[in-house]
Design a protein around this ligand. Structure first.
Ligand code: SF4
Ligand code: SF4
Length: 87
């Protein structure tokens, strides 16, 4: 049996178990300026061939910095409640 403290530590490393919000990319609004990628503290914005394609939800902490840094005129990232997307 896993001691409680170890279990807590394991959960801490798995953001999917405690994250409140997750970022959603609205691709049609994104101009691929990469501001979100630059500012994400967890390197969880996924970029392929110079374009944002989504988020690494295994590591994203749901902090919302990417959405905050996305320029207002594009507003290409929305933070949504996990419980709204989980079935
Ligand atoms: S900051 Fe916004 S517009 Fe720029 S790449 Fe990220 S999602 Fe796209
Ligand atoms: S919510 Fe935070 S951790 Fe997740 S992709 Fe955005 S900036 Fe990175």
């Amino acid at each position: 049996m896993t001691p409680p403290r170890h279990q807590e530590h394991k959960d801490h490393q798995d953001p999917t178990s405690w994250r409140t919000y997750r970022p959603i990319l609205i691709l049609e609004r994104c101009v691929h300026c990469l501001q979100c990628w630059i500012f994400c503290p967890d390197s969880s914005v996924v970029v392929k061939a110079g374009k944002v394609v989504g988020f690494d939800l295994e590591h994203c902490k749901g902090c919302g910095i990417c959405a905050y840094e996305c320029p207002d005129k594009f507003h290409a990232i929305e933070m949504v409640l996990e419980k709204q997307v989980k079935v």
